[in-house]
Design a protein around this ligand. Structure first.
Ligand SMILES: Nc1ncnc2c1ncn2[C@@H]1O[C@H](COP(=O)(O)OP(=O)(O)O)[C@@H](O)[C@H]1O
Length: 176
């Protein structure tokens, strides 16, 4: 197998909105000194949002522009990327893909607390029930780098952070 083009890994944390991606990514970044890249924030910061999608009540992402910007940001490794999608990123960018999962009841409460209602709320719950992001990750990356993290309660949050940090340490031992 060809050795990776970086001396520290890039990690993708994906999953349905509300499962805890940002919470996990922020805490992992704090403990590892990796850079937390919130893709939704990058899209805003670098003006990669086009016209508004009325049905989904959100702006449409200019993927090509965003990918061009992220290519440079991710080149040297050491990034924790957080986004509710994963198929449009080049496979070579990531050394591990963590798919965060949350049961429907807990997810419903989190999204309702965020102000989601109607179609937006039910579509996101369905997305989790149908394992859409898990399937997307499994279809887009090698199976051995795609890992699921269950994330409903505080204990699991700490466990998930430890799992990712241990994975990073192992990667460094195996690749340096
Ligand atoms: N393991 C957990 N236990 C309890 N609450 C959590 C846990 N993980 C995340 N949360 C809470 O769930 C909500 C959604 O988390 P967030 O990280 O914003 O999700 P996402 O980035 O996937 O949209 C936040 O209020 C966060 O504090």
């Amino acid at each position: 197998m060809a050795s990776p083009p970086r001396s520290v890994p890039n990690i993708l944390i994906t999953g349905t909105p509300g499962v805890g991606k940002s919470t996990i990514a922020r805490l992992v970044a704090d403990r590892t000194k990796f850079t937390w890249r919130e893709v939704s924030k990058l899209a805003e910061e670098y003006s990669c949002l086009d016209e508004y999608d009325a049905e989904y009540q959100c702006p449409v992402l200019n993927e090509d522009k965003l990918l061009d910007i992220m290519e440079g940001l991710l080149a040297k490794g050491g990034n924790v990327v957080d986004y509710h999608g994963c198929e449009f990123f080049p496979e070579r960018w990531f050394d591990a893909v963590f798919v965060v999962r949350t049961n429907n009841t807990v997810l419903y409460d989190r999204l309702a607390a965020r102000g989601y209602t109607g179609k937006k709320l039910s579509d996101n719950i369905q997305c989790e029930i149908f394992e859409t992001l898990l399937e997307e990750a499994q279809a887009s990356y090698k199976p051995e780098i795609v890992m699921e993290l269950q994330n409903e309660v505080e204990d699991q949050l700490q466990q998930n952070i430890n799992t990712i940090i241990q994975w990073i340490e192992r990667w460094k031992e195996e690749n340096l």
